[in-house]
Design a protein around this ligand. Structure first.
Ligand code: ZN
Length: 282
C-alpha cells in the first residue's frame, strides 16, 4: 500500500488516484496523517480490505507522510564508500547515531532556504517509519515494527555541523526544511526485497549520488535492534538510515548547494523528492 499526506489529510494512493481515509472509513480513522501511526495494525487490517476507488489528485499537493514525528533518528557513515569519502573510520560495532530535530521535517516539494554563508550539502537516504512500539527488538523481528519506507534528504549545513569540539551533528542538520520526506510511504510488503533498493540524488539533472540500500553497513534490522536496545521507538518515529557516497563535502574541491538549484532525490519503488534551493531567509 502507498500512504500519503494530501494537503494535510491522510490518503491511500493508487496510481493517479487518492482515497481520503477519514471519509472512506466513515470517520473510523482521523484525517491527520501523524495520528495514524499509533493505530497502524488496525489501519493495515482496514486498508487490506478496502476498495481503492479514489479520485484524481494533484501530486504537487503532497506533504510529508510523517509531518510531526516524535523522534527523528539519523545514522552516520552507514555506507562504506561514504565513510571513506569523509575521511572518518568506518563504523564496525555500533552505528553513529544523531538526531535531526523534528521541526526540520518538510514536504517532498518544499523549497529549502540556504542559511546565510552556509555550506549546504545533500544526502539522499532511505527513511524507515515506525508503526509499532519497539523496545529491545532483535534484528530478525525488526521489520514487523516498520509501518513503511519513504524517501528522505538529510540536508546538512557543514560549517555548523562540524563547529563544536567534538562535532555535534544535530543542529547543523535541523534548519527549516532540512528534512524533506515523501512523496509517499510504501509498506514493506510492496517490495521484492526492502533491503535492496536503488537510490539516487541529482542536482539540476547531474547525478551526484547513486547506490543501493543493500550496501548499508547496518541494514534496517540491525539499526532497529541497536536503537531499541537503548531508546523505546514509538509509532510515527522515523529513522534516516544513512547516505551513499557522493556528497559535496567529499569532493575535491568541495561543492555545496546554491540558490536556484533543484535537488532531486529518488528511491526505487517509492518515488522522488524535488526541492528547490532558495536564498537565505532574512
Ligand atoms: Zn545522513
Amino acid at each position: 500500500m502507498r500512504v500519503a499526506n494530501l494537503g494535510g489529510r491522510l490518503v491511500l494512493v493508487d496510481g493517479s488516484r487518492a482515497l481520503d481515509v477519514a471519509t472512506a472509513s466513515g470517520g473510523q480513522f482521523d484525517a491527520d496523517p501523524q495520528r495514524i501511526y499509533p493505530r497502524w495494525d488496525e489501519f493495515r487490517e482496514w486498508f487490506s480490505g478496502v476498495e481503492l476507488h479514489g479520485s484524481p489528485y494533484a501530486p504537487g499537493s503532497l506533504r510529508s507522510p510523517v509531518p510531526a514525528p516524535g523522534q527523528v533518528f539519523a545514522i552516520g557513515l552507514n555506507y562504506r564508500a561514504h565513510a571513506d569519502e569523509t575521511g572518518l573510520a568506518r563504523p564496525e560495532t555500533v552505528p553513529p547515531v544523531f538526531t535531526k530535530f523534528p521541526a526540520c521535517i518538510a514536504g517532498p516539494y518544499d523549497d529549502i532556504a540556504i542559511p546565510s554563508g552556509g555550506h549546504v550539502d545533500w544526502e539522499v537516504e532511505l527513511v524507515a517509519v515506525i508503526g509499532r512500539t519497539a523496545w529491545r527488538v532483535a534484528a530478525a523481528d525488526a521489520w514487523s515494527h516498520v509501518a513503511g519506507l519513504t524517501v528522505g534528504q538529510d540536508v546538512s549545513e557543514r560549517i555548523l555541523q562540524m563547529a563544536a569540539s567534538p562535532p555535534q551533528f544535530s543542529l547543523g542538520k535541523s534548519y527549516p526544511g532540512f528534512g524533506p520526506l515523501g512523496p509517499v510511504l510504501v509498506t514493506p510488503d510492496e517490495f521484492e526485497d526492502p533491503d535492496d533498493l536503488g537510490l539516487e540524488c541529482s542536482i539540476d539533472g547531474e547525478v551526484v549520488q547513486s547506490g543501493r540500500t543493500s550496501q548499508m553497513i547496518f541494514p534496517i534490522g540491525a539499526l532497529i535492534e541497536a536503537l531499541s536496545a537503548v531508546v523505546e521507538l514509538r509509532p510515527g518515529d522515523v529513522v534516516f538510515t544513512g547516505t551513499p557516497a557522493g556528497v559535496g563535502m567529499g569532493r575535491v574541491p568541495a561543492r555545496y548547494l546554491a540558490a536556484g538549484e533543484l535537488l532531486v532525490s529518488s528511491i526505487e519503488g517509492i518515488g522522488t523528492l524535488r526541492n528547490r534551493m532558495v536564498a537565505a531567509r532574512t
